[in-house]
Design a protein around this ligand. Structure first.
Ligand code: NAP
Length: 284
């Protein structure tokens, strides 16, 4: 069968999903089409009705990850806890929502030798991506999650009351509160991303220990945060691992096919995406 898949967003031109999903189908020898669709907020309802009849699944990016929920027939428990869906499976005209971002970061960290279980996690930022990461870290048995953010109410919204962790102001980032405390540091802010002027004011917050660091930004391949990690000899990766793993898990949800997710992701990261110069960009 030829799978009928898509990604929707507004804007959508920047997305790497068609490249990644195309490579997944090529590698698995599966036929299908994965289209990038520009869907504006007011078109979301009409798109989901179209999808019921004409697609096997679709991914969702900014700004529809939460807005799509009322249009779905079912939503899985983890996506519900994130309040965001990035993957919708269409079966028998029914739409079922999932969120693969959390498993994307979990698997990327495991590949770095830095599993959530038993770890102290410093999470920078408290937006949509941070929420998925925070829930997954707690679900996977992280010892504690320390959320650093500018607005405390945003941090408290992603760290459920009574859970293992605390919210600190972004301005409290230091060697003592972060580098010396954490086993894993994850940047889930856009700081250092291509096209944004903002970057970290300094990197002394990395000092005092040997944390593994994941910057979920992947453009540029080496952000200033990753350069600072490399100079300190810390194990670190950019966000391409998370991006590729979430795509691999989404493809599994769309199709129900069985394949080795790690083999496929590692292939894509090492060789599969290099045709457009999108290498793994790893450091450390
Ligand atoms: P978002 O919902 O807009 O959240 C961004 C977070 O960063 C907010 O907590 C925001 O705080 C904070 N922030 C922004 N500028 C800051 C600054 N100058 N100093 C301190 N904190 C700042 O965005 P998102 O969807 O979570 O995405 C965040 C980043 O992750 C983006 O760069 C995105 O491309 C990347 N991402 C990567 C993947 C992947 O698969 N690798 C997946 C999802 C997202 P305020 O609300 O106070 O501004």
């Amino acid at each position: 069968m030829a799978w009928r898949l898509a990604v929707i967003g507004d804007p959508i031109a920047h997305t790497l999903s068609p490249l990644i999903q195309g490579k997944i189908m090529e590698k698995l020898g599966v036929e299908g089409d994965y289209a990038a669709c520009h869907v504006r907020p007011e078109e979301l309802g009409r798109f989901t009705e179209y999808a019921r009849e004409n697609l096997d699944g679709f991914n969702i990016t900014i700004p529809h990850k939460s807005a799509v929920i009322p249009f779905l027939d079912e939503i899985d428990a983890y996506a519900q806890s994130c309040g965001a869906v990035n993957t919708v499976r269409v079966r028998d005209g029914k739409l079922c929502g999932f969120n693969t971002d959390g498993d994307g970061i979990r698997a990327a960290l495991e590949q770095m030798g830095a599993p959530f279980a038993g770890s102290r996690v410093a999470l920078l930022g408290a937006g949509g991506a941070a929420r998925s990461i925070c829930r997954k870290a707690l679900d996977c048995g992280a010892d504690a999650v320390r959320v650093f953010c500018r607005r405390p109410e945003q941090g408290e919204a992603i760290l459920p009351a009574g859970s293992r962790g605390e919210v600190l102001p972004f301005s409290a980032l230091s060697a003592e509160t972060c580098g010396a405390w954490a086993d894993i540091i994850i940047n889930a802010t856009p700081l250092g991303m291509s096209g944004t002027a903002a970057d970290f004011a300094g990197f002394s917050f990395l000092d005092g220990g040997r944390p593994a660091v994941c910057d979920i930004v992947y453009k540029p391949a080496e952000t200033s945060l990753l350069k600072a990690c490399r100079e300190r000899g810390l194990v670190c990766r950019n966000g391409l691992g998370m991006l590729v793993y979430q795509a691999v898990y989404a493809f599994r949800i769309f199709t129900g096919l069985s394949f080795d997710e790690d083999d496929l992701a590692v292939f894509l990261l090492r060789r599969g995406l290099t045709s457009r110069g999108e290498g793994a960009g790893t450091a450390g």
